[in-house]
Write a protein that binds this ligand. Structure first.
Ligand SMILES: *[C@@H]1O[C@H](CO)[C@@H](O)[C@H](O)[C@H]1NC(C)=O
Ligand SMILES: *[C@@H]1O[C@H](CO)[C@@H](O)[C@H](O)[C@H]1NC(C)=O
Length: 387
């Protein structure tokens, strides 16, 4: 007869090994319900900017964007260029953005300073990172801050990885696989309403140029139980690889593990390793990873590799490391009439997407239109419901 202790041990081992094993489940087949609705634009009318991504933080939504210019009273963008800025939007009692006319208002005190500080060796004496030789350090976030902790007093800790892009005036890279900087983003509930979270540099070369994958720069997602941060990085050759780290140990490189050859290893693989790419983990371009409670699935939504069209692609997986489904296109939004008409396609899971048991997702992208001979950016907001 089997003892109670043995039975307990057996049950315990079964439970703990299934918790760490890769979940196998039938893949989710996303099907759009009805017609996606264009709800309006998310905008701070005093700023013209592109490539915003969002995250829920302290009961509001924080948006972190790339190149920004102040907009004068004539509606025309003026200098200086600021390489990154952030904004708040308020949420209503349903957890959705507060609307004013057809605009979801953004606000916050950027004071013309980059949200992600530009360092002195990145031509940081100006807010654009412009160098005297005509090159530029483009300290452009590709994904919004990853919230790793909310303390009992409401203080929120988040992190962003930004590649230290050094570009020529034609936008080509002087260093295709540069260092990746780790920034820490801290929100204090006692700060002024208009104040933005404070951002400090943890390590300018957290991941080394030409040697390590820029984990976290391409995208990030917290595990469904909030314990583990999963960080995606993409090389200039298109390899997309994954690292994981306990949520409380982001700054401690010794706590990271790396997905290589179908298993986790504590040794960071070389950027050029042939066994670190994850098939179908995205459609190749910019996008957003998130956990979908109604689907019990990880999701990526974004754009194909090189694209200036608002074609939204999706892929899903029960686990961050896969297997991911083949990406499919589920929606095309309106392109702007400028040359770079639409880019930086994002999903915004923090906007009440799963409130009251709903299975919705809110999309945004950068739409660029020529208005009075000037290229103007806007950020349309679209609601998609799933069957
Ligand atoms: C998805 O992955 C499979 C290999 O598992 C590959 O054959 C296929 O080309 C991938 N599809 C895309 C769109 O990358
Ligand atoms: C481009 O689109 C904007 C916004 O809809 C519109 O105001 C403008 O007239 C369009 N320009 C051209 C050249 O079609």
């Amino acid at each position: 007869m089997i003892s109670v202790a043995t039975l307990f041990t057996a049950l315990y081992l079964t439970a703990s090994s299934s918790a760490t094993a890769i979940r196998r489940q039938a893949p989710v087949t996303p099907t759009v319900k009805g017609t996606p609705q264009v709800l309006g634009v998310v905008s701070d009318p005093t700023l013209d900017r592109d490539s915003c991504g969002s995250v829920l933080m302290g009961g509001r939504v924080l948006w972190a964007c790339r190149d920004t210019e102040p907009v004068g009273s004539d509606g025309v963008p003026t200098l200086p260029v600021i390489s990154s800025t952030a904004s708040w939007t308020d949420l209503d009692s349903n957890g959705f953005l507060v609307l004013n006319g057809d605009t979801y208002p953004m606000y916050g005190s950027n004071n013309n300073n980059p949200f992600y500080p530009i360092q002195s060796d990145e031509c940081g004496d100006n807010s654009a990172g412009a160098c005297s030789d005509g090159t530029r350090y483009a300290i452009w976030p590709d994904s919004p801050p990853l919230v790793t902790n909310t303390a009992a007093d409401g203080t929120v800790t988040a992190y962003t990885w930004v590649t230290k892009g050094h570009i020529k005036s034609d936008l080509t890279n002087l260093s295709p696989d540069p260092d990746t900087s780790l920034y820490k983003v801290v929100y204090s509930p006692s700060a002024a309403h208009d104040a933005l979270p404070t951002v400090t540099l943890v390590d300018e070369a957290f991941w080394a140029a030409n040697k390590q994958v820029p984990y976290g720069a391409y995208g990030s997602v917290m595990s469904s139980d909030g314990s583990t941060a999963y960080l995606y990085g993409k090389s200039s050759k298109g390899t997309t690889a994954l690292a994981k780290v306990p949520a409380g140990s982001i700054e401690d490189k010794s706590q990271y593990q790396f997905w290589e050859n179908g298993a986790w290893t504590p040794t960071p693989p070389d950027l050029s390793a042939g066994d670190i790419n994850i098939d179908n983990v995205s459609a190749g371009g910019q996008g957003t990873y998130y956990w979908s409670p109604p689907w019990s699935s990880y999701v990526w939504i974004g754009q194909p590799g090189i694209s200036v069209s608002a074609d939204f692609m999706i892929t899903t997986s029960p686990n961050p490391e896969g297997p991911w489904t083949e990406p499919t296109k589920f929606y095309s939004a309106q392109n702007g009439n400028a040359t770079l008409g639409a880019y930086s396609l994002q999903a915004n899971p923090g906007l009440g997407a799963f409130a009251n048991g709903a299975n919705d997702i809110y999309l945004t992208y950068t739409k660029t239109d020529i208005i009075n001979n000037v290229g103007i950016y806007s950020t349309p907001l679209i609601k998609v419901s799933w069957q």
